[in-house]
Design a protein around this ligand. Structure first.
Ligand SMILES: [Zn+2]
Length: 401
């Protein structure tokens, strides 16, 4: 049993504890509390640090890490997407050394930034083995894309076979994700949902209400997405626009539930957020990516005021400057100073852990959970430690216990 003493403990499940103690045995948290002035029990003195649960990056694409600084910021999402499609077609092989080196560096960066759990989106499953050999816990989502598709059930059966062949562990699991309403046919959405509902602990993910072009396509059947899809040969001439927004579209299809991570939500209205809340769907926000891709800034304050569960992702290095969840949190804080710091810290920890199905082990400092804990250096005499933590932490301040 090891006992630690720290200026601050941030249990997330409870108020911050000043002058805290924490005991760990065989990798699990045993107990924690505040040190009384006359408590002389010896322990490892961590000093002026805040001890937190490892963070959760609920949405990233590790296999796109080789595109760091390669994609120009855009004023229109479809213009940004055209750059990605072009770059990915230049390197179709997931074993390309640039791609695999990018994944290795990205995993190291996640760990260095204090991340314990990731929700990773992949079209190749290339990161799976690397995640399994890393200290990260993860859900590896195999992302399904197909707007023009004849036999969705066959495609999903094949995907499930591939996932079943992966050496999944308690710490790294595999599931399915749908790409987005503009790139997945309705029958394919239904096949994905059916498959995920048969998995015992699986989460599912979709990019949802990210850009105005997506809303335009679903409401009118036309616009820049249709043009792009036609250009790349993916347009489905039999598809008819539902005439409603993306959230209502997926809800009426039965796709929104409490296993789903709905990513972005930049274009969500109050009614959309109410739908998500009713279904227990977790909204994952990635504001720095939204700024880069031309999607615009997400209505962060509205997200929190709606009562919907909010988790945080960095998105990929193709649209984000780094994989530092603390930096993403600081962006949320700058965009919505009215949102309590404690809520932002919960989004960066327990909300992501819950959405990914890892909340039994991660997301809070509580007896029984995995002791995957960070010590973040804080200035001596810090009084509002939560405010300090949501204002930006850089990797040099972080070490793992
Ligand atoms: Zn994404």
């Amino acid at each position: 049993m090891i006992r630690y003493h720290a200026a601050w403990l941030i249990p997330i499940a409870d108020e911050p504890i000043h002058n805290g103690w924490l005991t760990v045995d065989r990798g699990r948290i045993v107990a924690l509390g505040r040190r009384a002035a006359n408590d002389l029990t010896p322990g490892v003195e961590l000093g002026d640090v805040a001890v937190l649960p490892g963070l959760v990056n609920a949405h990233t694409h590790l296999e796109l890490s080789y595109l760091r600084d390669q994609i120009t910021p855009s004023l229109s999402f479809t213009a940004w997407a055209r750059q990605i499609i072009y770059e990915r077609r230049r390197r179709p092989n997931p074993q390309d050394p640039a791609v695999t080196a990018g994944i290795d560096a990205a995993i190291a960066e996640c760990v260095g930034c204090g991340t314990a759990v990731v929700g990773d989106i992949s079209n190749t499953l290339a990161p799976f083995g690397k995640l399994a050999n890393s200290p990260l816990a993860a859900v590896e989502f195999w992302e399904i894309i197909g707007f023009r598709i004849d036999n969705p059930d066959e495609l999903i059966e094949h995907a499930l076979g591939e996932l079943a062949a992966l050496p999944a562990t308690d710490r790294v699991r595999a599931s399915l994700a749908a790409h987005a309403p503009y790139s997945v046919a309705p029958l394919l959405f239904q096949a994905i949902r059916k498959a995920v509902s048969r998995m015992p602990f699986a989460a599912c993910s979709v990019h949802l209400a990210e850009n105005v072009e997506e809303v335009e396509l679903l409401e009118t059947g036309g616009g820049p997405w249709k043009a792009l899809m036609k250009d790349i040969g993916s347009w489905n001439h039999e598809w008819t626009a539902p005439g409603v927004g993306p959230v209502q579209y997926l809800d009426e299809m039965g796709f929104l539930d409490n296993r789903l991570l709905a990513v972005h939500g930049v274009q969500m209205s109050g009614a959309d957020l109410a739908r998500l809340k009713k279904r227990g769907t977790t909204l994952v926000t990635c504001p720095r990516s939204n700024g880069h891709t031309g999607a615009g800034l997400p209505p962060i304050a509205d997200f929190y005021e709606s009562g919907v569960r909010v988790a945080i992702g960095t998105d990929s290095l193709a649209s984000s400057p780094d994989l530092n969840v603390f930096a993403e949190v600081a962006t949320l804080h700058a965009l919505a100073p009215s949102v309590p710091s404690a809520s932002l810290l919960a989004s960066a920890t327990i909300e992501g852990a819950r959405a990914l199905g890892f909340d039994a082990d991660y997301g809070t400092i509580e007896p029984g959970k995995v002791a995957r804990l960070l010590a973040v250096a804080v200035p001596p005499g810090t009084s509002d430690v939560e405010e300090y933590l949501v204002s930006g932490v850089h990797p040099g301040q972080i070490r793992w216990l």
